[in-house]
Design a protein around this ligand. Sequence first.
Ligand SMILES: *Cc1c(COP(=O)(O)O)cnc(C)c1O
Length: 420
Amino acid sequence: MTFPIPTLRREHGQLMLEDCALADLAERFGTPTYIYSAAAMTANFGAYTQALSAIDALLCYAVKANSNLAVLSLFARLGAGFDIVSGGELSRVLAAGGSAERVVFSGVGKRRDEIVQAIEAGIRCFNVESVAELETVSQLASGLGRIAPVAFRVNPDVDAKTHPYISTGLRSNKFGVPIDDAFELYRRAAELPALAVSGIACHIGSQLLDPAPVAEAADRVLSLVDRLADAGIVLDHIDLGGGLGIRYQDESPPAIDDFLAPLVARMQGRRETLYLEPGRSLVGNAGLLLTRVELLKQGEEKSFAVVDAAMNDLARPALYDAYHQIEAVVENDLAARQYDVVGPICESGDFLARSRMLAIRPGDLVAVLSAGAYGMTMSSNYNSRPRAAEVLVRGREAFPARQRETVEDLMRGERPLPAA
Ligand SMILES: *Cc1c(COP(=O)(O)O)cnc(C)c1O
């Protein structure tokens, strides 16, 4: 069985991420814990920069995929920009040493205070998703005596052929402005003195396994950019979003350079800088969730392995019926049996995997692979469960990237109602 995480291997029966034995990490940090590989993240980032070396490009890591400060600082040091969707993410980027001049701000519902925070920080660009937002940004920038750089996020109406919850480029989605309206909107934006019309953006969806829809979206965007230039509205960048998929089970996503080749070909010889906003493809297969088997339970029709991680830690299986490969951390000579791997939460949707052959006993450790993206960032405190710890490994070093939450952390800011 091969692993989707390139820096994961088995040595003398023990799972190792880079040069750290997962069993040792469980001993040291407890479970459940997210473990990330710096080498895998660095290699993925390197594959993007390599594939883009022939053109002017800025890689804006999509912070929502994994927003731990250790991860953000690693990407900042590699020269990344950042794609944010909230003021909280902007604060994280700055706290991690990222620079505001490399930040683009996406999202359909930016609040006024978040817009002010971003203008004051001096971000690279607002990816504006509606006329209402355009007017708000203009008004707030003008009040601050600043010029806000803007791009419209256009909805190119292409089918990304991915899970409907993560498909964002269809006419029926809430995202962006219809591409057919964009020309008029740019003319309007160009007349607002507190705005600098700087680019155009689109992002058609996530976990894309086929490069064709992105290339098709690029063609629609480029033809609009050329029409705008003819009308005297010259853009300095074209942001084609993120979305490249990864292997969770038996998918075969294109390699990073194959995915980018059609985009690079289209950008060669053009004056605009290409921005990309990859998230999952940088971090998804650089991480796993380490959890311990609490007990094995024989139901009437199925056997269950109840583990100490749950849907509040990793929501993807419950939310999208997503598949994550599960591996026993230490190999043994038990006969494998079929289990549903479930958490202790009071919901039947609380499963991490279904019908998996595993050789495990109570107390054993298992690793839930491909959990580096949309894992910790989608976690919650449901059932008053403190969130997991996070560890970033780099060779033999295991850096404690986030302490496990305590129940006191969960109750901070609350108090019981006094007697009337
Ligand atoms: C989520 C998101 C991304 C990142 O998507 P991935 O599939 O993780 O690469 C990029 N841009 C925008 C606007 C997003 O909402």
